[in-house]
Design a protein around this ligand. Sequence first.
Ligand code: NAD
Length: 314
Amino acid sequence: MKDLGGKVAVVTGGASGIGLAMARAFAAEGMRLVLADLDEDGLAAAADELATGSADASTVTAVTDVSDPEAVERLRDRAIESFGAVHVVCNNAGVGGSGLSWEVPLEQWRWVMGVNFFGVVHGIRSFVPLLVAQNEGHIVNTASAAGLVTTPFMAPYTASKHAVVATSETLKMELSGHEVGVSVLCPMWVRTRIDTSSRNAPPEVRAALGRSEDGARQGGPFAEVIAGLVRSGLDPAVVAARVVEAVKEDRFWVLPHPEVASGARARGERIASGRPPEFNPASLTPRSAERQGGQSTPFGSSLGSTREDGWTTE
Ligand SMILES: NC(=O)c1ccc[n+]([C@@H]2O[C@H](COP(=O)([O-])OP(=O)(O)OC[C@H]3O[C@@H](n4cnc5c(N)ncnc54)[C@H](O)[C@@H]3O)[C@@H](O)[C@H]2O)c1
């Protein structure tokens, strides 16, 4: 879709981080926006900001829980009532979390899969028929580097993002023959509020995590490492610019960190040669962060030495 001016974009998770950055980037292209999120105040602030940024900005907000299929149907209806059409759908809302696979409460497994994976499924089910019927549109699914490579202590997140990548690849093949593009976004660390995702957790997840209502970080030493890596991550505006390019140029893979491609290649080589997965903490640090001095880890080693290709897996 070369010219985005006047077209309509729906962005879930649009109140913060990557979603908000995408909204800003689409608004700069002259798009009309439907922002969906659980965070009502965040949505209002985003709409205010976009309204002051451009005289032409036209933004509708919809409080939506993407893990609820009926809520996503209502989001589609709201978009159509507001603008009469939808052209770009960014299934972006997501939550993080960490812990050992066998210790992460089942409630957390279900919550992370429900938002990160089923949120995307619901977006596909509600919007793709519309885009196919008009034979024009583009779906952007936010996965992660964790959709292409694996790391310990993040099993629900990694599983959900692998599912998003697999579903996006499937969708791309199924939509061949239609003028409906698909992109899958797989960044490493981005400077957002993902490390405080538990602020969005439903009560049963908070209870299972043993956390108070204040939305504090989820516990465990790995959570602190993630928070540091997120703080040293890419500016979300850089990621959003790559998404706009991908929509305009109909590009499937959106990998804002080049290290992710080499990580995926190294994983493929490991699989082909029969070597099992092996964790090296350095694999968590993109070269850009390393140049700024790396991170310290609870594993007793510095995240400071990567291979020439920027991804240490050995
Ligand atoms: N920040 C990173 O390092 C990073 C890296 C790779 C992928 N991602 C992915 O990017 C996406 C956006 O996350 P972010 O980093 O901008 O984090 P963020 O916390 O800043 O933004 C996520 C937004 O999603 C919303 N949200 C959470 N649960 C929701 C639900 N059930 N329904 C609707 N909205 C909900 C939150 O309120 C928030 O506004 C996620 O899918 C995340 O997994 C982030």
